[in-house]
Design a protein around this ligand. Structure first.
Ligand code: ATP
Length: 323
C-alpha cells in the first residue's frame, strides 16, 4: 500500500482523443498493482460533481487498449470553473474516499486539476489532445492516430485527384496549432500547407502549384489547418486562377476517432503509468509529459506558461522538399 493514497479517480475531459483508453487502462492497472483502488469518473469534471463513478477492476479495462474515444466519456463542465462547483467536486471525492485524481485532457483540464489540488485533492494531468499543443510535452495522446487518419484520407483523395488531374484542398484539425497539418503534409507529399504559425498568403500556395506544374505534376494536394480555414474560398480561387478543377474537403471529426496507433498505445501507457507513480509518491498539481523521449513533470502553473516552440525546421524541410 502506498502512502496516504488508497483510492484514486481517473477522468477524461475536453475533446476525446484515441489512446485515452490505453491511458485509463495503464492508470487502473498500475494503481491496482500498488494496492490502490480505482474509480472511473464518467463525463469529466461534471461526473466528479455529480458523483458519476464506476469501480474499475483489472478486467474492467480489458480489451479497451484498441478502442478509440474514451470509455469514461468526456464533457465540458462550466460549473467546475467556479469555486462552488469545485467545492462540490471536492466534497464528492471526500465522501467517496477518493484521495487523488488523474485527469486526462488539455490545458483547460489542467487548470481544473490545479484548482482541485489547491483544495487538497492531489491531481496529476495527462496530456490527451490530438492537436499536440501542450507546451511541456513533445507528445500528446491521440496526435499520432489523428495524423495517420489524415494520411489515410488524403491518400484516398490523391487516387482520384491523380486519375482526373485535379487539385484537392484538405482542411484538417488544429485551431491554434499546425502540427496535424504539417505532419500530414509531409507524410502525404502535399504541394503546399497553410498553418496558423506562418502568415497565410494565398499567393504562396498558387506559386507552389505553378512550380509543381512546371516540374511535371498534374495533381495537387493542399493541406490547410482549421486555424487558417477558408478552404472553400482557397479551392475556388485556385480553380479560377489555374483552371484546374479543385475541390475542398473538410475532414472534421473523423480525425478524432478510430483505433489508436502503436505509438499512441505505448506512449499513453507510459504516461498513464507515470502519472500513478507520481500520485503514489505524494506529488500533486503536476502535468506530465515526454521530452526527448524521457518522462517529465511540471507544476501545472508552470506547465501552462510554457509555450510549445513549433518545429519551423520541419516546416522549412517541407517547403524545400515539396518543390
Ligand atoms: P481540449 O484541448 O480538447 O480543448 P481542454 O482540457 O483544454 O481540452 P477545455 O474545454 O478547455 O478542454 O476544458 C475542459 C474542462 O476543464 C472544462 O469543461 C472545465 O470543466 C475545466 N476547466 C477549464 N478551464 C478551467 C478553469 N480555469 N478552472 C477550472 N476548471 C476549468
Amino acid at each position: 500500500m502506498s502512502g496516504e493514497i488508497k483510492k484514486i479517480g481517473v477522468l477524461t475531459s475536453g475533446g476525446d482523443a484515441p489512446g485515452m483508453n490505453a491511458a485509463i487502462r495503464a492508470i487502473t492497472r498500475t494503481a491496482l498493482a500498488k494496492g490502490i483502488g480505482v474509480v472511473g469518473v464518467n463525463r469529466g469534471y461534471q461526473g466528479l460533481i455529480d458523483g458519476d463513478f464506476i469501480e474499475l477492476g483489472y478486467t474492467s479495462v480489458s480489451r479497451i487498449i484498441n478502442r478509440g474515444g474514451t470509455i469514461l466519456y468526456s464533457a465540458r463542465c462550466d460549473e467546475f470553473r467556479y469555486a462552488e462547483g469545485i467545492k462540490k467536486a471536492v466534497d464528492m471525492c471526500r465522501k467517496n474516499g477518493i484521495d487523488g485524481i488523474v485527469a486526462i485532457g488539455g490545458d483547460g483540464t489542467f487548470r481544473g486539476a490545479a484548482d482541485l489540488s489547491a483544495m487538497g485533492i492531489p491531481c496529476i494531468g495527462v496530456p490527451g489532445t490530438i492537436d499536440n499543443d501542450i507546451g511541456i510535452s513533445e507528445y500528446t495522446i491521440g496526435f499520432d492516430t489523428a495524423v495517420n487518419c489524415v494520411i489515410d484520407m488524403v491518400d484516398r483523395l490523391r487516387d482520384t485527384m491523380e486519375s482526373h488531374h485535379r487539385c484537392s484542398v484538405v482542411e484538417v484539425m488544429g485551431r491554434n496549432a499546425g502540427y496535424i497539418a504539417l505532419y500530414s503534409a509531409i507524410s502525404t507529399g502535399a504541394t503546399a500547407v497553410a498553418i496558423p504559425e506562418v502568415e497565410y498568403k494565398y499567393e504562396n500556395i498558387l506559386q507552389k502549384i505553378k512550380e509543381s506544374q512546371e516540374a511535371g505534376k498534374t495533381h495537387f494536394i493542399i493541406i490547410v489547418a482549421e486555424g487558417v480555414g477558408q478552404s472553400e474560398q482557397i479551392a475556388k480561387k485556385i480553380e479560377e486562377d489555374t483552371g484546374i478543377i479543385t475541390r475542398a474537403t473538410v475532414l472534421g471529426h473523423v480525425q478524432r476517432g478510430g483505433s489508436p496507433t502503436a505509438n499512441d498505445r505505448v506512449n499513453a501507457t507510459k504516461i498513464g503509468h507515470y502519472a500513478v507513480e507520481l500520485l503514489a509518491n505524494g506529488l500533486s498539481n503536476k502535468v506530465c509529459g515526454i521530452q526527448k523521449g524521457e518522462l517529465v513533470n511540471y507544476d501545472v502553473q508552470e506547465a501552462l506558461k510554457i509555450k510549445k516552440s513549433f518545429p519551423m525546421d520541419l516546416y522549412n524541410i517541407f517547403i524545400e522538399t515539396s518543390k
